[in-house]
Design a protein around this ligand. Structure first.
Ligand SMILES: C[S@@+](CC[C@H](N)C(=O)[O-])C[C@H]1O[C@@H](n2cnc3c(N)ncnc32)[C@H](O)[C@@H]1O
Length: 376
């Protein structure tokens, strides 16, 4: 049975494992950056179509030790790459090395590309071209202390690129990070989620997709595996049809997104329309100090600005104070989650967290904190 590797945003591999188990995939092991599962190829399609948290689904093909370029070249030839695409197709190699004798990752990438191209030429007399931006087959090689792992990228564009977000405001979250954070909250999809500083609308749009049972992959233009010779279009179409049948047309409650900036709010609205979830979201142009709870109880989530640039932190103290005040006084029965990459500013909320997780938003280490406002 083939093995696949689903890569996760930093801090979310446990959440990804839980998601893959929910999809009835057989998980073999997990590390800090992802999850290995065993499945027929249809399981790989399923993970690409349904996973909201994975960044990519890779198909590992080789694992070896190499110190010299000739060894690397020889090891690459041990796998038959001609079974995935024809010689008319295109390839790209994505290489990364750490503590290896071959220190230059561009050189490693070139050597791998040479071996694959020569393999095609020996077999067919022709060679595939390189297309770094949009290849039919992307080969990923990672070397650590001279141990190399080679995998094929079955996804193509990273899975956070669902296709609905054409416009974003300041510091948008990746869609799969937002979805993973929603999963960490334990939200059950049966109550409203509101985002108090919604930016591009990522949290509420992802929550709405979850509640409406819309598989994130249904929104995408396509996946790399669809371009391969072993692509089973019948199995894929059956999965897509089944996913579409499970979609819900509407919900008995609404999501709400609040945002101060008019232009950013319009971007969130446009994104929601493209995602097909605008009918379940209400948008409000509001300062955080003026937000009122739209219903009695639910889950509030908010990703305030972090003030990464010098001088910004002081300007944001009032914003965090206002946020803390609003949560405390206007959301007495809500469970509230705050994602922030600035631990000094978090103090300005003047609230005591009941739960905390550490995650990365790009390179920034963030705290994801739960505050239960339930009055005892
Ligand atoms: C870090 S961004 C949120 C990004 C969002 N999670 C996304 O994925 O696009 C913070 C947002 O808070 C908004 N904002 C800043 N100050 C605010 C205030 N006082 N009241 C309401 N929104 C505010 C900004 O316009 C910005 O869109």
């Amino acid at each position: 049975m083939p093995e696949f590797y689903a890569s996760a945003p930093n801090g979310l591999s446990e959440a990804l494992e839980a998601e893959l188990l929910d999809l009835d995939l057989k998980v073999l092991r997990r590390n800090s950056s992802g999850v290995t599962f065993e499945a027929p190829w249809s399981g790989c399609y399923k993970a690409n179509l349904h996973s909201r948290i994975a960044s990519r689904i890779l198909k590992p093909v080789l694992d070896f030790t190499a110190y010299q370029p000739e060894e690397l070249y020889g090891q690459i030839l041990k796998h038959d790459f001609t079974k995935y695409i024809s010689e008319k197709g295109t390839i790209a190699v994505d290489a990364g090395v750490q503590d290896c004798m071959m220190r230059d990752q561009r050189y490693v990438a070139m050597k791998v590309k040479d071996a694959i191209v020569d393999q095609f030429r020996d077999k067919t007399g022709e060679r595939p071209n390189v297309d770094s931006a949009n290849p039919d087959l992307r080969i990923v090689i990672r070397g650590n202390r001279n141990v190399f792992q080679v995998a094929l990228d079955t996804s193509g564009d990273s899975l956070f690129q669902r296709g609905y977000r054409k416009a974003a405001g300041e510091a948008p979250l990746k869609e799969n990070l937002a979805a993973g954070l929603l999963r960490l909250t334990g939200w059950k999809k049966d109550q409203p989620v509101i985002d108090l500083m919604t930016g591009a609308g990522t949290f509420v749009i992802e929550a709405a997709l979850m509640a409406l049972n819309v598989a994130p992959g249904v929104l995408r233009k396509g996946f790399a595996f669809q371009k391969w010779l072993n692509f089973d279009s019948q199995a894929w179409e059956a999965l897509v049809n089944e996913a579409v049948e499970q979609e819900k047309p509407d919900l008995p409650f609404k999501f709400h997104g609040y945002e101060l900036d008019k232009v950013t709010l319009q971007k969130a609205k446009d994104n929601a329309r493209r995602a097909g979830v605008d009918h379940v979201i209400e948008w409000h142009r509001e300062h955080i100090a003026a937000v009122e709870a739209p219903v009695e109880a639910g889950m509030a989530i908010v990703n305030p600005p972090y003030g990464a640039r010098i001088g910004e932190e002081d300007n944001l103290r009032d914003v965090y104070r206002d946020l803390g005040f609003t949560l405390k006084h206007k959301f007495p029965k809500w469970s509230c989650w705050v994602l922030s990459g600035n631990k000094n500013l978090i103090q300005d909320l003047h609230l005591k967290a009941n739960q905390r997780h550490f995650v990365y938003n790009g390179p920034i280490e963030c705290r994801f904190l739960r505050y239960d406002m339930v009055k005892l």
